[in-house]
Design a protein around this ligand. Structure first.
Ligand SMILES: [Zn+2]
Ligand SMILES: [Zn+2]
Length: 368
């Protein structure tokens, strides 16, 4: 096997041509499985739906180190037509893990490396479905990586930790009582409830030394006439918190505020979190320090970027589900511009080579 056949830039170009939405990564997982077979590995298909796993075994017993890439792309509507684009760089992550795997073959001594190509990160259910399929059962360490925008870290640098926030959205279904506009005292208006609930949310306080936010992003009271007191409505809120303790406190206060605000005008509400609640990143700080040291050794001290943050990642369900897991997640500066999740997203693929070098060394630190 020649590692030149598994060039990260070339594989990223291939994958960029076949963007697919979460749980529909059929061509992508076919590509991944074919590359793994070319390396002499045995791909296991169907993990969490369209996910793929393969092992690189060492000769002595030892820990299992999982290297995880996500595979899905994002939906857009461009000029009135549906489009699917790799605007979050998951093509880059898949290519980096494949390229790293090719370099690791023949160098794993103790334990084993578990390559995991995860479906549907953007839906926020890919990690959970894969967990249900047992992907974490044999895993001691989990490493992940994401390309970073130019606003986070400079192109060509790598940071030791991406400190993702906890994020979620909730849907509030409002139920009031219909009445004629001339007899509002006989009804219960969901519009008044939505206004009160919005103000209650905007009056919430959680420790201001922590970063958090909760904001109403949609109110729909489905009014059918100017003179009917509406009895059904829906609100949507986007919610973020820097750490999981802040998130728990914020969600409790938020539910109380909305429920009580609605009760003021005799409206009842049901609050649900259909997208789940993505946990904030929790890392072993000792491991993060080692990762930082490794980046310096591999790329030079001037290429070690400061940790960056923001956004959510379903990777963090792994640590929540298995607290004893040693988790680390690097940010690879590739000059992403204008930003992630922008359909015009472009980046410097050459910088992915830094990510491959760092991931290879991080894994060999454990199993080499
Ligand atoms: Zn994304
Ligand atoms: Zn992403």
């Amino acid at each position: 096997m020649d590692t030149k056949d598994f060039d990260v830039v070339a594989m990223r170009t291939d994958l960029h041509q076949i963007p697919e939405l979460g749980f529909n990564e059929h061509k992508t997982s076919d590509y991944v499985a074919a590359k793994l077979k070319e390396m002499g590995l045995e791909p296991i298909r169907g993990i969490g739906g369209t996910g793929v796993v393969a092992y690189i075994d060492g000769t002595e017993p030892g820990p299992t180190v999982m290297l995880r890439a996500d595979m899905d792309a994002l939906p857009f509507v461009i000029d009135g037509k549906d489009a699917c684009i790799h605007a979050c760089g998951h093509d880059s992550h898949t290519a980096m893990v494949l390229a790293t795997a090719a370099k690791l073959i023949g160098h794993v001594k103790k334990g084993r490396v578990k390559l995991f190509f995860q479906p549907a990160e953007e839906t926020l259910f890919g990690a959970l479905k894969s967990y249900d399929d047992g992907v974490l059962d044999d895993v001691d360490y989990a490493f992940g990586a994401h390309v970073r925008p130019i606003q986070d870290i400079p192109d060509g640098t790598v940071c030791a930790a991406v400190r993702h926030t906890s994020s979620t959205f909730c849907i509030v279904e409002l139920k009031g009582k219909v009445a004629h506009g001339s007899r509002p005292h006989l009804g219960a208006s969901v519009v008044e409830a939505a206004v009160l609930a919005t103000n209650a949310v905007n009056s919430l306080w959680v420790n201001p030394n922590k970063a958090w936010s909760a904001k109403v992003t949609s109110i729909d009271c489905a009014s059918t006439a100017t003179n009917i007191i509406p009895d059904k409505g829906k609100m949507i809120l986007d919610i973020r918190a820097q750490d999981n303790e802040t998130k728990t406190e914020l969600l409790e206060k938020l539910k109380t505020a909305i429920t009580n605000a609605c009760a003021c005008v005799n409206v009842t509400c049901e609050i649900t979190f259909p997208g789940g609640v993505i946990p904030a990143a929790v890392y072993d700080e000792d491991l993060v320090d080692q990762v930082r040291k490794t980046i310096g050794e591999v790329l030079g001290e001037e290429k070690v970027a400061k940790d960056c943050g923001g956004g959510g990642e379903d990777f963090h369900y792994f640590k929540q589900k298995k607290p004893e897991l040693h988790a680390a997640y690097i940010g690879v500066g590739t000059g992403v511009t204008p930003g992630l999740h922008d359909p015009r997203m472009t980046m410097n693929p050459e910088s992915l080579r830094n990510g491959v070098k760092v991931l290879e060394k991080l894994i060999l630190n454990v199993v080499g």
